[in-house]
Design a binder for this molecule. Structure first.
Ligand code: S3P
Length: 179
């Protein structure tokens, strides 16, 4: 299904690892006939290395620098759907830039759901060495105040990605109607 609604600004998906930013983002882009980009993938392309390799070879700090630059570049492009890595919106500069140039959407889910979802992939350096549930709970505590600054908050816990997508589209339409 596609919608006549055309966002004037990019739509930026934020939230913890495993919440479905990439999957939902692709569907949202398809529904709105926008381009989809994934910030992690763009960092990987720019660095010629995977996220895990960047962490291993240069450390998290270097990854965060690259992430900030890549996101700044993407936000200068015409409206798109952009999925950010889980830590990106915690960076003050990135958060300010997203607030100024885009509409931000926080996908939320309970930690139990996230733990199940992240277990499907082994590509996340922050979850490799410690118990994923403990890491995700700690990150949620540290990050939720920043995430809560997003324009739109969506519950992505329970149902399918389709339900999450429908909720986002409704929220966008009602924002548009109020604008
Ligand atoms: C991170 C999340 C990852 C990736 C990196 C760090 C984080 O992205 O950017 O491993 O700090 O939460 P996803 O949220 O897309 O898994």
């Amino acid at each position: 299904m596609s919608y006549a609604y055309k966002p004037r600004k990019s739509l930026v998906l934020i939230g913890l690892m495993g919440v479905g930013k990439t999957t939902v983002g692709r569907r949202l882009a398809h529904a709105l006939k926008l381009q989809f980009r994934d910030a992690d993938e763009e960092v990987e392309k720019a660095a010629g290395r995977s996220v895990s390799e960047i962490f291993e070879d240069f450390g998290e700090h270097a990854f965060r620098d690259g992430e900030r630059k890549v996101i700044a570049r993407l936000l200068e492009e015409p409206p798109m759907v952009l999925a950010l890595g889980g830590g990106a919106f915690v960076d003050g500069e990135t958060r300010d830039r997203v607030k100024a140039l885009a509409t931000s959407i926080w996908l939320q889910a309970d930690v139990e759901t996230l733990v199940q979802r992240v277990a499907r992939r082994d590509t996340r350096p922050l979850l490799r060495d410690e118990d994923p549930e403990t890491v995700l709970r700690t990150l949620l505590n540290k990050r939720q105040a920043a995430y809560a600054e997003a324009d739109i908050h969506v519950d992505a816990s329970g149902g399918s990605h389709q339900i999450t997508l429908d909720t986002i589209l409704q929220a966008l339409e009602s924002r548009e109607a109020r604008a």
